[in-house]
Design a protein. Structure first.
Length: 165
């Protein structure tokens, strides 16, 4: 397994490896291969047995039941969305871009579909087709150039990551 400093990405990679799903962690240092490209890298290429291969951009979020916040954060930067769409075009047919929201549930809840335990923490791994995200996204912040999904759209579009594999 790659040495991952971001626990959300490490949990995602461990999830894939536990299920024997081949993946490649995208190394920012390899961007030199695309020296003329000004695209932000995504996190993983995942080779699916049942459908298109996935270009995954991991969005890690923490959910604390004591915080009083309702719902799950679904924001991304506009650049994340734009660049990932361009990567999907670069890779071409047989590849699909997926925003993968990985929620660290603290304290843990009763496990349900999409949840995975890694190093004593519970994560909820949910994927959203990038095109669907783009079609339903709303501006979150002009200043920070972020977008998000309304809660009802997230509930209808997000699927446990294992459904994508």
């Amino acid at each position: 397994m790659a040495d991952r400093n971001v626990h959300y990405e490490a949990a995602f990679e461990a999830f894939l490896r536990d299920r024997g799903i081949p993946c490649v962690a995208v190394d920012e240092a390899k961007r030199a291969l695309f020296a003329n490209a000004k695209l932000k890298s995504f996190d993983f290429v995942v080779y699916s047995k049942n459908g298109p291969n996935l270009l995954v951009d991991v969005k890690g979020r923490q959910v604390r039941s004591s915080s009083g916040r309702k719902g799950f954060e679904t924001w991304a930067t506009e650049q994340d969305v734009t660049d990932l769409m361009q990567w999907e075009q670069v890779f071409g047919e047989g590849y699909k871009a997926v925003l993968t929201f990985i929620y660290w549930i603290d304290p843990p809840l009763t496990p349900e579909p999409g949840m995975y335990q890694y190093k004593g923490r519970w994560y909820w791994l949910m994927g959203i087709d990038l095109t669907e995200y783009r079609n339903h996204m709303r501006r979150r912040s002009v200043k920070w150039e972020t977008v998000c999904l309304p809660a009802e759209d997230f509930r209808s579009l997000a699927r446990p990551i294992e459904n994508w594999l």
